[in-house]
Design a protein around this ligand. Structure first.
Ligand code: GDD
Ligand code: MN
Length: 387
C-alpha cells in the first residue's frame, strides 16, 4: 500500500484560500530569477552572492535551469540550495537550449514577478530592484535591461559579435515592428501572468527568448527599457556559436509564417533539399565511373540518407542531438522510415500519374507526402523524447 500521503494527514481539511496549517509561516517568494546554465560552475556562487546583495529587503528565489552540464554546475547549485531555500535547480537531460531552458524555469515558479538573466555575470544584477519597482508600480508588464538604450553599452561583446548583435536588432525591429531598442537582450523581468498567457505560443528555439515573447504575445507588451552596461564574462566561455544565427532566422521565419511552418519542419525541408543534391552528385559520379544504373542509384540514395541523418542530427535536432550508440540506432531507424516514405512516394506518383498523365504534379505530391511521413515518423521514432 502506498504510505505517502499528500497533503499530510493533519492538513486534509485545507481549503483553497486558507493557509496550510503544516507550515503556514513561509509564503512563496515575490520575485523569481531564472538563470539558464550550461557549464557555468565557476560563476554560480558569485552570482548568487551578488544577487543576494542586490535584493536585500526583497523576497526572491533563483532557479538555475541546467542542461546536464558536465562540469558539476548543478552540484554547486544543490549545495547552495541545501544551505538556502532561495536557490533551486532544474536538471534537464538529453536537451539543449537557452530559450527552452528559460521557459521551463519561468513555468516552474509561483512568484508573481519573474526575470531571466545569464549565469556569467554579464548582466548587471544591481538593476533588479529598479526593474521590480517598475513592474510593481504597474508602469508596464515587461521591463527590458537594454544595452542599446541611451546610457547603456555592449562593451562586453567582441567587435564581431557587436556587429552581429546590431544586425539582429535591426532585423527584429523591422519584422516585429516593435519599438524596442534591444529586442535580443537576454535580461528582462515581467509579470508571471504574461508568461502564462504567452507560453503556449512560444517557439522556444535558440537563444532569443525575448523576441519570442514579444512576437508571440496576443497583447501588445509596451515594454520599458532600462539602460545598462553589458559586462565581460566573469569565468568560462560563451556557449553561442555559428548555429545561433541560423536558429535566430528560423525563429523569425516561424513567427512570421504565423506558426504555419515550424522551425523544425523548415530545417528538415532544407536538409531534404541538400539530400537531393547529394543524391544527384553521387549518381553522376558513379555513372561516369561506369557503375551500373541500379547500383549507382542505390548507392546514391543510401549516401543521401546518411548525409540527411547527420545533418538533421546536427541542425534540425540540435537541441536533442543523438551521440554514440544512440546515433547509430538513430541512423538505422531514420533509414528504415525513409525507405517507407520512399515507397509511399512511388505509390502516390504512380497512381496519380496513371490517372492524370501529369508527371510534375504527381511527382510533387509523392515527394511532399513522402517528406511529411519521413518528418513525422523520424521525429517520433528517431529523435523521440528520452524522458
Ligand atoms: N540551459 C542552457 N542550455 N543554458 C544555456 C545554453 C543551453 O543550451 N546555452 C547557453 N546557456 C546559458 C549560459 O550558460 C549562460 O548562463 C547564458 O545562457 C548565456 O549564454 P552565453 O553563452 O554567455 O551567451 P552570450 O553571452 O554569448 O549571449 C548573451 O547575450 C546575447 C545578446 O548579445 C545571451 O544572453 C543571449 O541570449 C543574448 O541574445
Ligand atoms: Mn554570456
Amino acid at each position: 500500500m502506498n504510505q505517502r500521503q499528500f497533503p499530510p494527514s493533519d492538513a486534509t481539511t485545507v481549503d483553497v484560500g486558507r493557509p496550510f496549517p503544516c507550515d503556514a509561516s513561509v509564503p512563496g517568494p515575490e520575485l523569481c530569477i531564472v538563470v539558464p546554465t550550461f557549464n557555468e560552475r565557476a560563476n554560480i556562487e558569485v552570482l548568487v552572492d551578488r544577487v543576494a546583495l542586490a535584493l536585500r529587503g526583497i523576497d526572491w528565489e533563483i532557479i538555475f535551469v541546467d542542461d546536464d552540464s558536465r562540469d558539476g554546475t548543478l552540484d554547486i547549485v544543490r549545495r547552495l540550495g541545501l544551505a538556502n531555500r532561495r536557490v533551486r535547480g532544474i536538471r534537464r537531460i538529453g536537451r539543449r537550449g537557452l530559450s527552452s531552458a528559460a521557459i521551463e524555469g519561468l513555468l516552474s515558479t509561483s512568484a508573481p514577478f519573474v526575470a531571466v538573466m545569464d549565469g556569467d555575470l554579464q548582466h548587471d544584477e544591481t538593476l533588479l530592484p529598479r526593474m521590480l519597482a517598475l513592474l510593481k508600480a504597474g508602469a508596464t508588464a515587461l521591463v527590458i535591461a537594454s544595452r542599446y538604450a541611451a546610457g547603456g553599452g555592449a562593451d562586453g561583446l567582441s567587435p564581431g559579435r557587436r556587429r552581429l548583435s546590431r544586425a539582429g536588432v535591426r532585423l527584429a525591429r523591422w519584422l516585429t515592428k516593435a519599438d524596442v531598442r534591444d529586442p535580443v537582450s537576454g535580461f528582462f523581468m515581467l509579470r508571471r501572468e504574461v508568461v502564462e498567457l504567452v507560453a503556449p505560443r512560444l517557439s522556444g528555439v535558440g537563444t532569443k527568448i525575448l523576441i519570442d515573447l514579444l512576437a508571440s504575445s496576443p497583447r501588445r507588451l509596451s515594454p520599458i527599457e532600462v539602460p545598462y552596461q553589458f559586462r565581460p564574462r566573469h569565468a568560462g566561455e560563451s556557449k553561442l556559436n555559428s548555429l545561433t544565427a541560423l536558429e535566430y532566422l528560423l525563429l523569425l521565419a516561424e513567427k512570421f509564417s504565423g506558426h504555419y511552418f515550424s522551425h523544425r519542419f523548415m530545417m528538415f525541408g532544407l536538409v531534404g533539399a541538400t539530400g537531393v543534391v547529394v543524391n544527384l552528385a553521387v549518381l553522376r559520379v558513379l555513372l561516369v565511373l561506369r557503375v551500373g544504373p541500379t547500383e549507382a542509384a542505390a548507392a546514391a540514395t543510401v549516401t543521401a540518407m546518411v548525409s540527411n541523418f547527420f545533418l538533421n542530427n546536427l541542425l534540425t535536432y540540435r537541441d536533442s542531438r543523438l551521440g554514440g550508440w544512440r546515433a547509430v540506432r538513430g541512423l538505422l531507424s531514420f533509414m528504415a522510415v525513409c525507405c517507407g516514405g520512399a515507397l509511399v512516394n512511388v505509390a502516390i506518383f504512380r497512381e496519380l500519374y496513371m490517372v492524370t498523365g501529369w508527371w510534375l504534379p504527381a511527382g510533387v505530391a509523392g515527394a511532399v507526402v513522402g517528406a511529411l511521413i519521413n518528418y513525422s515518423l523520424t521525429q517520433a521514432f528517431t529523435w523521440g523524447s528520452r524522458l
